[in-house]
Design a protein around this ligand. Sequence first.
Ligand code: ADP
Length: 239
Amino acid sequence: RRDVGRITTGSKGVDELIGGGIETQAITEVFGEFGSGKSQISHELAVTVQLPKEKGGLDGECVFIDTENTFRPERVEQIADAFGLDRDEVLRKIHIARAFNSSHQILMAEKINELIQSGCNLRLVIVDSLMAHFRAEYVGRESLAVRQQKLNQHLHALQQVANTYNVAVFLTNQVQARPDAFFGSPTKAIGGHVLGHASTYRIWLKKGLAGKRIARLVDSPHLPEGEAVFKVTTDGVVD
Ligand code: ADP
């Protein structure tokens, strides 16, 4: 893979854990229970992708596919302030796509090509959260096969954007606090062969003591498993 770019998470520890920040031409999935920091990292990345390269960004723009109405412009403004960036300019470079159901979500990912062709310097696509609509709409055993097929279609479109345009894809996935969260990963379920050449990183977020958060890299093909501790503050994600 040529010209792979990296985007800082705001935490040096987490960046090191995943090899220097989240990668372009790859899908990174964060999973964890409610309140573990998935949306916070999403907001952070929507800002840091805009930083110059020497500061951990890619001078790029972002698409934020928001499925549960979790996007908060005020939160972006706080993080922009922390980096000394212009709030309005930062918000302009975050293209919000509110997905009302899973078909709409799939369609939005497929329309990203058009945005790029219109001149957007896209370097990051966030889907927060990947599974909410799919889980709500495809209930029960008999619908699992259809759900997986639709999800594959969606992931495939995201993968294609990542590979074709050198974009990073960042997915959040809410799971229970118990360790059986290791199963049922949407990216793992379809495996490397469907995902093509892109690597997939999976990060498990846990709540620690005193407001700390723990990121654990799991099932990485190239990197050692390990953990990093970070915090969420008014300024965003920090060590
Ligand atoms: P989820 O994993 O469900 O997406 P979030 O990313 O929304 O969870 O994390 C929510 C947590 O982030 C809150 O419980 C709080 O601890 C922290 N948080 C959110 N906003 C701020 C802020 N402005 N300052 C400090 N901490 C915050």
